[in-house]
Design a protein around this ligand. Structure first.
Ligand code: CMX
Length: 393
């Protein structure tokens, strides 16, 4: 399906060379123009939802009103708390999140209104209401999973006067303002990547059956949980660990790095964090994180390692001659920022991606229903039928 233009997505467009634009704005433009959190240089992720939904950059007070709206809807239904407290702790955090989001459809206002009889022109209002509810609840569900699996299972209450990322950081148990700023950047840059990627497309597809936003986004999360998509951020960390083991005490030279990368390439299918189905240059989301690291953690050993890999890996992939894009994507950098600030559990990383990606996919889902887009149902053929048709012509 690469290159087949068959989807309408209002929220963002991905250019192979320039990268993602949210409603026409590049990421560097957005980091500059979006309203910032109080006392911070990083934008409020809630302002991204506003922009993706309306096409307009909100003022600070509009973004602040949205922060309050999200905080006021954050409570989880009792049965979700029970579910997350009883789910096996060794179930992957993404499966836990997906299960919780699926079960949250008990709360769907769209499903309830649809069951009673709802005019098609009204669908979007209920999808919007559900989407705001779901975005509000995701950080609490994600933090519960984190605290249950990796910490003491205790979680703080949501503070109604705080913004989305600040609340998320403190629910996770982090009080370092540096972590919160990094999380703001993370939530902004992972929010949307036009309509054809697996998580966005799946959410759109399942939503086209008029499954409610909880069911549609849970399906998107299951796609995000794949190693070629969002799970790559976890895989990168595991790959870096293997790399470090092979490096041992040797000094990091380009020659040594190259030798280890080639060795790992023999045993692994891919170098996680490199390549992309659409991009043909370094992902601007990677570059934003690199700039952040240069500013806030220039001496971090993982940052130094990732930087030298950036100098070595593209040449290796180019020489191998398979990958159409040898450059790093967003996932090559995110894990080492999280490691730096103490979130050291790689198999939680895709859950953070899952919280962020809701901002774009759910804004799109609202537009799908507002535009009255139909059920998605492409035609398929059997191999036998294809052979018959190719002989006939
Ligand atoms: N390392 C080694 N080989 C790679 C590679 C990589 N990073 N990226 C692509 N290739 C290989 C592919 O496996 C494929 O080989 P085969 O023909 O033997 O199957 C060949 O190059 C052609 O691939 P492509 O057309 O360039 O890439 P696709 O559009 O099929 O896939 C992607 C894109 C991202 C899945 C792929 O580059 C990849 O697997 N990268 C590593 C995983 C990763 O970082 N995923 C995250 C992407 C961003 C995100 O969604 O979060």
């Amino acid at each position: 399906m690469r290159g087949v233009k068959c989807l309408v997505t209002e929220t963002s467009v991905l250019d192979p060379l320039e990268g993602i634009r949210y409603r026409g704005y590049s990421l560097p433009e957005l980091l500059n123009k979006l309203p910032k959190a109080k006392g911070s240089a990083q934008p409020l992720p809630e302002s991204v939802f506003w922009l993706l939904l309306t096409g307009e950059i909100p003022s600070f007070s509009q973004a602040e009103a949205l922060s309050k709206e999200f905080a006021s809807r954050a409570d989880l239904p009792a049965h979700i708390v029970q579910l997350l407290n009883n789910i096996p702790a060794d179930l992957h955090p993404m499966s836990q999140l997906s299960a919780a989001v699926t079960a949250m459809n008990s709360e769907s206002k769209f499903a309830k209104a649809y069951a009673k009889g709802l005019k098609k022109s009204e669908y979007w209002r209920y999808v919007l209401d559900d989407s705001i509810d779901l975005i509000s609840k995701l950080p609490v569900a994600a933090a519960m999973i984190y605290r249950n699996v990796f910490k003491d299972g205790k979680i703080k209450a949501v503070d109604y006067s705080e913004d989305y990322a600040q609340n998320f950081a403190s629910l996770l148990g982090f009080d370092d303002p540096g972590f919160t700023d990094m999380l703001r950047l993370y939530l902004v840059i992972h929010a949307d990547h036009e309509g054809g990627n697996v998580s966005a497309h799946t959410t759109h597809l399942v939503g086209s059956a008029l499954s409610d936003p909880y069911l549609a986004y849970a399906a998107g999360l299951n796609g995000l949980a794949g190693p070629l998509h969002g799970l790559a951020n976890q895989q990168v960390l595991l790959w870096l660990e293997k790399f470090k083991k092979l490096l041992g005490d040797s000094p990091i030279t380009k020659e040594k790095v190259s030798e280890i990368v080639l060795k790992l390439l023999e045993s692994e299918n891919v170098i996680p964090g490199y390549g992309h189905a659409v991009l043909r240059r370094t992902d601007p989301r990677y570059l934003c994180q690199r700039e952040f690291a240069h500013k806030h953690l220039p001496d971090d050993s993982n940052f130094k390692l990732v930087s030298i890999l950036y100098e070595v890996v593209p040449d290796i992939l180019e020489r191998q001659g398979k990958a159409r894009n040898p450059w790093p994507n967003v996932d090559a950098h995110s894990g080492i920022l999280l490691q730096h600030y103490g979130l050291t559990e790689p198999n939680f990383y895709t859950v953070l991606f899952g919280v962020s990606r809701s901002l774009g996919t759910l804004a799109s889902l609202v537009w799908d229903r507002a535009l009255g887009l139909p059920l998605e149902r492409p035609k398929s053929l059997s191999t036998e039928k294809l052979k018959y048709l190719s002989k006939k012509h």
